[in-house]
Design a protein around this ligand. Sequence first.
Ligand SMILES: CC(C)(COP(=O)(O)OP(=O)(O)OC[C@H]1O[C@@H](n2cnc3c(N)ncnc32)[C@H](O)[C@@H]1OP(=O)(O)O)[C@@H](O)C(=O)NCCC(=O)NCCS
Length: 162
Amino acid sequence: MSATVSISTHRCTSTDRLDDILRMVHAAFAGFQPPSGVLNETVDDLARRLREGTVIVAQAGDEFVGSVFCATQGDALYLTRLATTPAWRKRGVARALMAAAEAQARETGAKRLTLRVRVTLPKNLAYFERAGFNVTGRGQEAGRTPYITMERRLDIAVVPEG
Ligand SMILES: CC(C)(COP(=O)(O)OP(=O)(O)OC[C@H]1O[C@@H](n2cnc3c(N)ncnc32)[C@H](O)[C@@H]1OP(=O)(O)O)[C@@H](O)C(=O)NCCC(=O)NCCS
């Protein structure tokens, strides 16, 4: 497979293939230690995410290769479960998903994209920093892995230094 691939992203509005999307998400998070809570999520949970927020999927032909779940939180669009299936990583799938989420955020007047990164995943932290996100804080839910909160402002133009 070449490094350049043709993928498309779109908002998922149908419940027809939620099982395929969930299988792909589970494959993306399979290696997490401690295990990700997403592995306990079912098609019904995914259907609820469709009702209460947005699921953006990336497809290569008929195959689901990535997804991100979005929810409006105040003036922000909160992104969670960003996932690319292992065989399709490092080909820009997650970047395309984030671009689609940004377009949605701008359409709805959101001022920020926000997300959380586990403290145990420094490579993810660095990845999101390269994608323009800044650290805004830290948190931890009872019994869960601590996380770092990040945001990318959409209402401020960032001028590169130098
Ligand atoms: C984190 C994750 C979503 C990234 O997905 P991805 O589709 O591989 O991401 P991208 O392709 O957009 O970018 C990954 C890297 O590949 C590079 N890349 C993108 N297109 C490329 C191409 N055509 N050729 C070579 N490299 C490319 C990017 O520059 C980026 O490099 P960097 O890490 O040095 O910045 C994926 O690794 C994943 O699903 N991980 C498990 C779940 C997870 O951790 N989710 C995030 C929770 S916070």
